[in-house]
Write a protein that binds this ligand. Structure first.
Ligand SMILES: Nc1nc2c(ncn2[C@@H]2O[C@H](COP(=O)(O)OP(=O)(O)OP(=O)(O)O)[C@@H](O)[C@H]2O)c(=O)[nH]1
Ligand SMILES: [Mg+2]
Length: 240
C-alpha cells in the first residue's frame, strides 16, 4: 500500500512526512494540495529526439525546431492518477558529451527513473546504449529505479535500422520495458509518448513506499531547481 506524503504543523513546527500520522489524529495538513514529485531523467545520443519527446509530453506539441540541448532542460507536468496529483519532473539531458560532462552527477542525483532513448533510424544510437547503461550503473544510487527503453522516430518507416525484435531482446536482457514511438506523429506509430510517461508514473506511484527518502530529497531538488531557473535566460541551464 502506497504511503502518501504531506506537510503539517505539529507543535508549532512544520513537519513533512508520512500522512498516516495526520490521518489518524486528524491534524490539518496539506495532503492533496501538493503533488508528489518524481524526477525522471531522459538519456541517449544527441539527435535521437529527447527534447521532442519531453516537449511533446509536457507541451502536447511536436516542436518545429530544436537545438542541441546544453546541460539540461527541465519540464514538468502534473497528472492525476486515481484521484492523486503526481508531478513528473522530466530532465531532458544533453546527448553531446561536451554539453553534458560537468552535469552527469546532477542528472542522476535522486532520480526516480531513467528513460533511455535511441533513434530507430540510427543503428549507432542503438549501439551506444551499453555505454549509457554503464554510465547509469556508475551514477544511479537506487537499484530499484525503473528503467525504460524508448525507440523514437517510428514515423520514418522506410529508414528503420533497428529491428523491434533486436531492441526488445536488449531490453529484456537488461530488465527494461521497451516502447517504440514517434514524438512527431500522433497515432499509428507505436506507443504514444503520453502513454509511455503515464505508464512510468503508475509504476513510480506503486513503488512509492520504498522510495520515500529519495522522494523527499527530490522535493528539495525541485525547489532548488525552481530557484535556479528563475535566473536562467531561456529555460535551459548549465553547471559548466
Ligand atoms: N521524423 C521524426 N523526427 C524527429 C522525431 N523526434 C525528433 N525528431 C527530429 O530529430 C532532431 C533532433 O531532435 P531533438 O529532440 O532535438 O534531439 P535530442 O535527443 O534532444 O538531441 P540533443 O539535445 O543534442 O541531445 C530534430 O530535427 C527533430 O525534429 C520523431 O519522432 N520523428
Ligand atoms: Mg535535446
Amino acid at each position: 500500500m502506497a504511503v502518501p506524503i504531506c506537510t503539517a504543523v505539529l507543535g508549532g513546527q512544520t513537519r513533512t512526512g508520512d500522512h498516516s500520522d495526520c490521518k489518524s489524529s486528524s491534524v490539518p495538513c496539506n495532503y492533496g494540495s501538493i503533488p508528489q514529485i518524481f524526477k525522471i531523467i531522459v538519456i541517449g545520443d544527441s539527435n535521437v529526439g529527447k527534447t521532442c519527446l519531453t516537449f511533446r509530453f509536457c507541451g502536447g506539441l511536436f516542436p518545429e525546431r530544436t537545438e542541441a540541448t546544453i546541460g539540461v532542460d527541465f519540464r514538468e507536468r502534473t497528472v492525476e492518477l486515481e484521484g492523486e496529483r503526481i508531478k513528473l519532473q522530466l530532465w531532458d539531458t544533453a546527448g553531446q558529451e561536451r554539453f553534458r560532462k560537468s552535469m552527469v552527477s546532477h542528472y542522476y542525483r535522486n532520480a526516480h527513473a531513467v528513460v533511455f532513448v535511441y533513434d530507430v533510424t540510427s543503428r549507432p544510437s542503438f549501439l551506444s546504449l551499453p555505454s549509457w547503461l554503464a554510465e547509469c550503473e556508475r551514477h544511479l544510487s537506487s537499484s530499484d529505479a525503473p528503467r525504460v527503453l524508448v525507440g523514437n522516430k517510428c514515423d520514418l518507416k522506410d529508414k528503420v535500422e533497428v529491428p523491434t525484435s533486436l531492441a526488445q531482446k536488449f531490453a529484456d536482457a537488461h530488465g527494461m520495458a521497451h516502447f517504440e514511438t514517434s514524438a512527431k506523429e500522433q497515432e499509428g506509430t507505436g506507443d504514444h509518448a503520453e502513454a509511455i510517461f503515464l505508464t512510468l508514473a503508475h509504476r513510480l506511484r506503486s513503488q512509492r513506499t520504498m522510495a520515500m527518502p529519495r522522494l523527499l530529497a527530490a522535493q528539495d531538488t525541485a525547489i532548488n531547481l525552481a530557484d535556479d531557473k528563475q535566473g536562467a535566460d531561456n529555460g535551459s541551464y548549465c553547471y559548466c
